[in-house]
Design a protein around this ligand. Structure first.
Ligand code: SF4
Ligand code: SF4
Length: 363
């Protein structure tokens, strides 16, 4: 039996659905819950969770996938670096397919640019050591889950005296975007299904200021169907009872204080900064930039390139998708022009993107 099997047991799931129905019985409002993690988005679509819930519960997808929230200007910057002679771009897989204003990394690769997919930022440091005459740029995209490994790669490069390695940073953090969306009157979020991996690093306590300031329910939830259903039951119970607190459904992994060791290494190399989110705009303290003492590893400072003026595809509604305002099927390009094989917007690229999830599992 796989470890995940008990978390997919149909009978236990039925019990959770019954529990949710009991919690909301007689509640005549709508309970809007937003997930801000790409894997939750996938789980909700894959297991048809929306269709199992009572009508009082509305699930909406927020800015969860790191690839989706990376702004078009960042892709343009990466494309400009890929065109720079003597440069090798290293990246996790999905980023090469994200459309920029007039190109993408995969198009640049097809026309001869050196772009390599790596599985760890340390692979990029190793490529730099093997190619001392080249500049190796790693695309630093992700939440607190990936940033500690990138911090580790910067420290490794420093320790080994590798000078031709740098990072183009677009690191994002939670829970700042959750606070940015809570005030949106169109959304009316009552509760957040908080991310699992991110919370394992930042800890449950990181959500307390958000909950206290905005009186919103928050439950850190695992990825299996039973986890998600249980998280929804806990959130619904808070909302129905007029409570707003941080609870952890995913207690088998997430601690109140998070992973202190990972956070230490992260903040040794990075510091908080304002960051631009696709569709949402600039959010103070929602990103991470390299500290000045590591500026020699900052590709944006080290390598001067001309970047085109960013332009979104006029028909792509990724911005509204990422704010939870519309569903992918509301976009005219969905399935017709925009597909996972030929994505028009970032939300169709990553398997964790809302449009990709709807394409794969939607009716
Ligand atoms: S890194 Fe983990 S927590 Fe963050 S969006 Fe992806 S699956 Fe969710
Ligand atoms: S379907 Fe494609 S074009 Fe439409 S919002 Fe999603 S990613 Fe953008």
């Amino acid at each position: 039996m796989k470890l995940t099997t008990p978390f997919r047991d149909p009978e236990l799931a039925r019990g959770q659905i019954d529990a949710i129905e009991k919690v909301v019985a007689g509640y005549d409002g709508t309970i809007t819950l937003m997930e801000v993690c790409g894997t939750h988005t996938m789980a909700i679509y894959q297991h048809g969770i929306r269709n199992l819930l009572p009508p009082q519960i509305r699930l909406i997808s927020g800015p969860g996938c790191p690839v989706c929230v990376t702004p078009v200007g960042y892709v343009d910057h990466a494309v400009a670096l890929a065109r720079r002679p003597g440069t090798i771009i290293t990246t996790f897989g999905d980023m090469i397919r994200v459309p920029g204003s007039s190109s993408s990394l995969i198009h640049e690769q097809a026309t001869g640019a050196a772009i390599r997919i790596v599985y760890s930022p340390l692979d990029a440091v190793a490529i730099a050591e093997k190619n001392p005459e080249k500049e190796i740029v790693f695309l630093g995209v992700g939440f607190e889950t990936t940033t500690p490994t990138i911090a580790g790669a910067v420290l490794t490069a420093q320790r080994r005296g590798v000078k031709n390695f740098s990072v183009l940073t677009s690191h994002k953090t939670m829970p700042a975007p959750m606070a940015a969306l809570i005030g949106d009157p169109e959304l009316q979020v009552d509760g957040y299904i908080c991310p699992a991996h991110v919370s394992a690093i930042i800890g449950a306590d990181a959500y307390r200021p958000l909950v206290e300031q905005y009186n919103v329910a928050a439950v850190i939830t695992g990825f299996e169907p039973l986890d998600v259903l249980q998280g929804i039951a806990m959130l619904a119970s808070q909302v129905v009872n007029g409570e707003a607190k941080v609870e952890t459904q995913y207690r088998r992994v997430v601690k109140p204080e998070g992973n202190l060791k990972a956070r230490d290494i992260l903040y040794q190399v990075f510091r908080p900064c304002s960051a631009r989110w696709r569709g949402i705009g600039d959010i103070p303290d929602s990103g991470l930039e390299l500290r000045p003492e590591y500026s020699t590893y900052n590709a944006a400072e080290k390598l001067n390139v001309e970047i085109e003026e960013p332009r979104e595809h006029p028909g792509c509604l990724c911005g509204d998708i990422l704010k939870g305002k519309i569903r992918p099927t509301d976009c005219k390009l969905f399935r017709t022009v925009c597909t996972p094989e030929d994505p028009v917007g970032a939300c169709m690229v990553s398997s964790e993107g809302t449009c990709a999830a709807e394409y794969k599992y939607g009716s």
